[in-house]
Write a protein that binds this ligand. Structure first.
Ligand SMILES: N[C@@H](CCC(=O)N[C@@H](CS)C(=O)NCC(=O)O)C(=O)O
Length: 218
């Protein structure tokens, strides 16, 4: 039996943060598939009553705990494993600063942008996509500038801030309509550094639900 269960699905970059962390720390874990696309499972009263009142993945089940919010899950796993853990109070605050910026403005915009482009019905108004894309461009540039200064977000070694920021960044360029690693070279090189860590896996290989039925390219 696994130590950890992660409620997730393959297309979720928010869940990927937690899945990647579990793999990188060598945890004994298994995914629990959440049917977001066909069943809108996180929106059901049952899911909200039994799994997460916020109606979201990821959720990490461990012992009697059900933890949600990827930043909380990353913090919990770093504390337990002593891996990817910020080493000082300053580094902890710096990592938290980037995790919040990421959740709100980097992957926090990339996730909905990709969902709207690929799967939303009815298709979104172009003005919505333009609004999100302009903010994504501005915020990826901020991350790129930071990563041009140091190999990882807070310095010489990777922490949970790096794992958080990977969220949607390994998904295919076709899903975004632009190539993130090619457009932002420091981000591209940093993605390669994370990819070289033992235990790294692509989100579509790590979590269940890809490809979507009838959507071999999703
Ligand atoms: N800040 C949250 C975001 C979680 C989130 O938005 N998850 C999406 C999936 S990618 C979700 O479950 N959405 C449910 C819905 O829209 O009904 C985290 O990092 O865990």
């Amino acid at each position: 039996m696994s130590d950890y269960k992660l409620y997730c699905f393959a297309q979720s970059g928010n869940a990927y943060r937690a899945a990647l962390m579990l793999n990188l720390i060598g945890a004994n874990w298994e995914p629990v598939f959440v049917d977001f696309f066909a069943g809108a499972e996180p929106r059901t009263p049952k899911y909200r009553a039994e799994i997460n009142e916020m109606g979201e993945v990821p959720v990490l089940a461990h012992g009697g705990r059900m933890l949600s919010q990827s930043g909380v899950i990353l913090t919990y796993l770093a504390d337990r494993s002593n891996q990817f853990k910020p080493a000082s109070e300053d580094e902890r605050l710096e990592a938290l600063r980037w995790i919040i910026f990421d959740n709100q403005k980097v992957n926090g915009f990339l996730g909905p942008y990709r969902f709207l482009r690929n799967w939303a019905k009815p298709a979104p108004d172009d003005a919505v996509l333009r609004f999100l894309k302009a903010r994504i461009d501005a915020n990826l540039a901020i991350v790129d500038t930071r990563l041009a200064r140091s190999p990882f977000v807070t310095g010489a070694r990777p922490t949970i801030a790096d794992i958080s920021l990977t969220g949607y960044l390994y998904y295919p360029a076709a899903e975004f309509g632009f190539d993130i690693p090619a457009t932002y070279p420091a981000i591209g090189q940093w993605l390669d550094r994370i990819k070289a860590l033992p235990g790294w896996a692509h989100p579509y290989d790590l979590m269940p639900g890809h490809p979507l039925p009838g959507r071999g390219d999703a």
